[in-house]
Design a protein. Structure first.
Length: 486
């Protein structure tokens, strides 16, 4: 094996001093005198210049060698290296929100129509495709009387089930109240709005659409439908429920918008470090172990899947987590439910049950369907108070932003079931924020996104996470202060 180049210990580069020594030794032997004696000689200058160019070629060869391996390649070379395993860098992705859009029945909202949050700074979202506000896809609807006539039959059909009422007077409110007593569909709340004289029908499931048919003597006052909007900016943009309310594009008949459904979060393009980490998970796509293979396929092939973890009960008894005998539980954050279920069915072993609260029927090539179950992680929202001790003369003025960005970046590595250990954020802060000598992190945790912890709730250093939970850390829940000690 050669001493330089590709060796059993990897690539060994030949340094400039070694190259010059070899050149001088060979030329001294050929010329019959020591070429090293005069540093200013024409020959020595020539050798040094020529040797420098050879050293550059060795560096190019070394860079070419390391560019072939995911652990050492960078940038485009890393993209090329992971392609050998059929892996791609996760690109920039928008966050997708399904919004409740309210307006006049029949209003068409064009693709690209823009709405925004009521927060500062304001974030904008655009309609993914053209959609219509229509009773044929309603989630909520307000019905009013078009022609109040005594003795008329007023009928409302919801998802194919018809409800009728025969009026006993020509009073609109009386007719609406009679309809309210007659209309009682399962899964819907029906009430009378006396001030507007309307019958309000609201689906108890915020993410479901229904079909409504009205008799000619009834019409709608307003209709709420579900429509997909994408953030204008890339990344995992988190908007609390009820904050997307601002109408930017003025469309007649499109009156109101609101976010009430958990979105599909986007992401910023994977950095080299993130790609190296995900490469290890994605490369398990060819794994012979069932759980690894399922999770890898989900991460690699289902858009917007942020994490996937799995657990197997290979015993003959129900385990302590409630999994039935010979079953798998896959916990997936993000992604389309049907796509997830299809991959689980494709990769699970025959005879193995699936376990979870979400069940999707997947059609097979034989014309039947198989119910596949899985779970979504329960989010544990972590609030952090970070106190920094530092040499004040070295502490940058934007130390708080730097520390927050470092924590959020490291938090992206957390998967469902991973405990949140505050000490794992220390290295990133130390390397990012100059002058820091000590870091103290206190945490509070809640499963309610809207709960804001009081000061006495910051009692945790670490946050334990169960197998069905996932820690969520965002910049809006991190407070960084400088202790003032130098």
């Amino acid at each position: 094996m050669a001493d330089y180049g590709i060796t059993e210990k990897g690539f060994a580069i030949k340094r400039l001093d070694e190259i010059l020594e070899e050149l001088h030794s060979e030329l001294s032997e050929k010329f019959g005198f020591n070429t090293r004696l005069d540093d200013q000689s024409f020959l020595n200058v020539l050798i040094t210049t020529y040797g420098g160019k050879i050293a550059e070629l060795w560096e190019v060869a070394q860079s070419s060698y390391y560019a072939k391996y995911p652990s050492t390649a960078e940038g485009v070379s890393l993209d090329n290296a992971v392609q050998y395993g059929g892996i791609r860098r996760s690109p920039n992705k928008y966050s997708f929100y399904t919004l409740h859009c309210t307006g006049d029945d029949g209003t068409v909202v064009r693709q690209g129509a823009t709405v925004a949050t009521n927060t500062a700074p304001q974030r904008k979202l655009a309609a993914v495709a053209e959609f219509e506000i229509t009773r044929d896809k309603f989630n909520r609807v307000s019905v009013r009387v078009a022609a109040p006539v005594k003795g008329e039959i007023y009928s409302v059909s919801i998802n194919g089930v018809q409800y009728s009422y025969t009026s006993t007077s020509d009073d609109e409110l009386n007719i609406i109240q009679g309809l309210c007593r007659a209309v009682n569909p399962d899964g819907y709340k029906v009430s009378v709005n006396e001030s507007d004289i309307t019958l309000d029908i609201v689906d108890e499931v915020v993410s479901r659409s229904g079909v409504m048919v009205l008799s000619d003597n009834l019409t709608t006052s307003s209709v709420t439908v579900l429509a997909d909007f994408a953030t204008v900016d890339y990344g995992k943009l988190i908007f609390p429920n009820g904050t997307v309310t601002v109408m930017i594009t003025n469309i007649s008949g499109f009156d109101k918008v609101e976010n009430l459904i958990i979105p599909t979060y986007g992401r910023i393009q994977e950095t080299d470090i993130e790609l190296r980490h995900s490469y290890l998970a994605k490369s398990a796509i060819r794994s012979t172990r069932m759980i690894d293979s399922i999770c890898s396929q989900l991460i690699n092939n289902v858009p917007n899947v942020e994490s996937a973890t799995g657990y197997e009960n290979n015993t003959d008894d129900t385990d302590e987590e409630g999994r039935p005998p010979h079953s798998v539980e896959i916990i997936v954050d993000g992604g389309d439910e049907t796509a997830i279920a299809s991959i689980i069915l494709d990769k699970k072993a025959a005879g193995i049950q699936t376990f979870g609260k979400i069940t999707v029927s997947v059609a097979t090539e034989y014309g039947d369907s198989v119910p596949i179950s899985f779970n979504r992680p329960e989010y544990v929202y972590v609030w952090m108070k970070v106190t920094l001790d530092a040499e004040q003369s070295y502490l940058p003025t934007n130390y708080a932003n730097l520390a927050v960005d470092s924590i959020v970046k490291d938090a992206l590595k957390l998967q469902a079931g991973d405990n949140m250990l505050s000490q794992t954020f220390n290295d990133g802060i130390y390397s990012t924020v100059g002058g820091v000598t000590y870091i103290d992190i206190k945490c509070a945790a809640t499963t309610s996104k809207d709960h804001i912890p009081a000061d006495n709730e910051y009692t945790k250093v670490n946050v334990p996470i169960t197998s069905r939970q996932k820690a969520v850390i965002s910049d809006t829940r991190i407070e960084v202060v400088y202790s003032g000690h130098s």
